[in-house]
Ligand binder design. Structure first.
Ligand SMILES: Cc1ncc(COP(=O)(O)O)c(C=O)c1O
Length: 383
């Protein structure tokens, strides 16, 4: 049987990983500035993470959500503390799309309304509502097409205000990434997020902060949306939450009430995933990774701004995007092939950096050196 070919693959088989490094099946070492797409938060195979999952595996791997699961409550308490979202409630699931799917459904259940506002270039996942709220027609199947999503321009306060003025009583929720990831690293402005908060309050709609990629400390705050100084009603999380162990979840404001059967999942909140997520939060706190992400990200952004051939540097913390000047479009390929450095991309020409929050200054220097040499190599060839 062959694999269903939906991923354009690099011809590299990764078989080992540690910290910010990975190795292929031939023993070649790579620097991972991509974090497996923003998933590696505390570093590959962090010993505390391995131990916690291993201990849980020996105790109990799975039981259904029909019994009390103390480790879920432990995770809720830890999330409450680190996120400072007082009295929010936790619903656990398995991925980012599922988190957003549940967030959107909940907004609709809570308000009894159907319309969702989403923004240009957004990415919220591939399940039915999440993909419908994603601004990429090529991944929306005919069955997912719906009139219930209203797309507005990103960061356009006037368009948003206008839309609420016209149909505010139909809007169930507004979903927005704090920093758009797949789009190529574009930050939502503070005024835009504050306007969303104010308009949702005025019209009884639900503000959903998609924190799947920009959350979990990556921006230097637990949620990138926190920079605006206002709370969302629902935060969706995944990627960095389990450091590679599949888990997602939503934090839900206290005024949104649960009802038996409203949401549900078989695997969501399983003890192994909770153990992985707890390990992540414990390491983040012990190793001060959020502060590290803020400081290292700031320095890296400055260095990139001063790097030859680099233009349009964007982002916060360790969620960074930049473009290369004309003639240097192959930089990402050269970085991987000749300098053994993984980076991410966004179309048409953005290099994305989403490394582990535990990346060291020496590893960042190694990346900058690689970028400098790759740039020189391409320019020398062109001359
Ligand atoms: C902002 C955002 N939301 C949702 C998702 C979907 O997450 P998943 O692939 O875990 O379903 C992604 C994935 O890239 C994302 O970047």
């Amino acid at each position: 049987m062959s694999l269903f070919q939906v991923y354009p693959l690099q011809p590299i088989a990764i078989t080992k990983a540690l910290g910010s490094h990975v190795w292929d099946d031939k023993g070649t070492e790579y620097l991972d500035m991509y974090g497996g797409h923003a998933v590696i938060s505390i570093g590959h195979t962090h010993p505390h993470w391995v131990k916690r999952i291993e201990t849980q595996l020996h105790a109990m791997a799975f039981y259904s959500n029909s019994v009390i699961m103390p480790i879920q409550e432990e995770l809720a308490a830890a999330l409450n503390k680190i996120s400072a979202k007082q009295d929010y409630q936790l619903f656990l699931c398995n991925s980012g799309a599922e988190a957003n799917e549940n967030a959107l459904k909940l907004a609709s259940f809570h308000t009894g309304r159907k319309k969702i506002i989403a923004f240009s270039k957004s990415f919220h996942g591939r399940t039915s509502l999440a993909v419908a709220a994603t601004d990429n027609p090529s991944i929306i199947a005919p069955v997912n097409e719906t009139d219930n999503i209203i797309f507005l321009p990103f960061n356009d306060v006037e368009a948003l205000t206008d839309c609420f003025a016209k149909q505010g009583d139909e809007i169930a929720g507004v979903i927005i990434e704090g920093i758009q990831g797949v789009a190529g690293i574009y930050e939502a402005t503070n005024i835009f997020l504050q306007t969303i908060r104010a308009l949702c309050d005025k019209h009884g709609a639900v503000y959903i902060a998609d924190s799947v990629q920009c959350g979990y400390g990556r921006s230097g705050k637990f949620f990138a949306h926190d920079y605006a100084g206002v709370n969302a009603d629902i935060y969706s999380m995944a990627k960095g939450m389990g450091n590679g162990f599949p888990i997602g979840g939503i934090l839900i404001a206290p005024h949104i009430k649960a009802k038996f059967g409203l949401l549900g999942t078989t695997f969501g909140g399983n003890p192994l995933a909770c153990a992985a997520a707890l390990a992540v939060l414990e390491v983040m706190e012990k190793e001060n990774l959020m502060e590290a992400a803020a400081e290292k990200g700031k320095a890296l952004i400055e260095s990139l701004k001063n790097s030859k051939g680099v233009k349009a540097v964007r982002g916060k913390g360790l969620m960074i995007g930049f473009e290369m000047e004309a003639g240097l479009e192959d930089s990402r390929k050269v970085l991987l092939k000749d300098y053994k450095i993984f980076t991410g991309e966004a179309k048409p020409n953005v290099i994305r950096l989403l490394p582990s929050l535990s990346i060291s200054n020496a590893e960042i220097e190694l990346f900058l050196k690689g970028l400098k040499e790759a740039t020189a190599q391409i320019l020398n060839k062109t001359v």
